[in-house]
Design a protein around this ligand. Structure first.
Ligand SMILES: [Zn+2]
Length: 165
C-alpha cells in the first residue's frame, strides 16, 4: 500500500506524480504538518487517500519553505533528531513467542519453530524474532530522510496543485 500524489496541472515531469509507501509517507507528512502548520493547513487529510491536497499557490509556497530549509540545514537537523529518537526506541518483546524465542502455537509446532534455533543451520526458533525473543520497535518501520524531502519539494514546485490518492 502506498500514497499516490498526483500533480493537477504539472509544469514539468517531476510534478506529475510522487509516491511514497505508507511507511515513508507518514513521517514525511508529519514533518510537513508540524514544521509548517500554516503552509500545510489547506490540506486536512494528509494521512489518508481521500484526494485532499493543496492548490498551486500553496504548493509553491511550501516548496519555497522546503528549499529554504533544505539549504539552511533545518531539514537535516530534523532528520538527525528523528534518527536519534528512533535509535533510542527500545526493542519490543516478540508477540509470536511472548519473548521466549520459542513459538509453541500450532504453526510453531508444525514448522519446528518451537525448538531452539541451531546457530549452525539457522533452523528452529521463533520465526518472528529469529529465536531472540526481541523485535525492533514498531516505530523503526517509519523512515525519514532529507532526500525524500528534496524529492517532494521538487514535485511541489512543479505540480500545479496536488491530490493525495
Ligand atoms: Zn519470537
Amino acid at each position: 500500500m502506498g500514497m499516490d500524489v498526483y500533480g493537477k496541472n504539472a509544469t514539468a515531469e517531476v510534478g506529475g506524480y510522487f509516491r511514497n509507501n505508507v511507511w515513508w509517507w507518514h513521517p514525511l507528512a508529519e514533518f510537513l504538518t508540524t514544521t509548517y502548520p500554516d503552509l500545510t493547513a489547506g490540506c486536512i487529510h494528509w494521512q489518508s487517500n481521500d484526494g485532499d491536497g493543496l492548490d498551486a499557490a500553496a504548493s509553491v509556497a511550501l516548496a519555497d519553505a522546503l528549499d529554504r530549509d533544505l539549504a539552511s540545514g533545518r531539514v537535516t537537523a530534523y532528520a538527525d533528531q528523528y534518527a536519534a529518537e528512533l535509535s533510542a526506541l527500545p526493542d519490543s518483546e516478540c508477540d509470536l513467542c511472548q519473548g521466549t524465542g520459542l513459538r509453541t502455537d500450532a504453526i510453531g509446532r508444525e514448522y519446528g519453530y518451537d525448538k531452539p534455533r541451531d546457530p549452525d543451520t539457522g533452523k528452529g526458533g521463533c520465526n518472528g524474532c529469529a529465536g531472540t525473543g526481541r523485535r525492533e520497535h514498531f516505530g523503526k518501520s517509519y523512515p525519514f530522510d532529507v532526500e525524500n524531502v528534496r524529492e517532494f519539494a521538487a514535485f511541489l514546485r512543479h505540480c500545479g496543485g496536488f491530490e493525495i490518492c
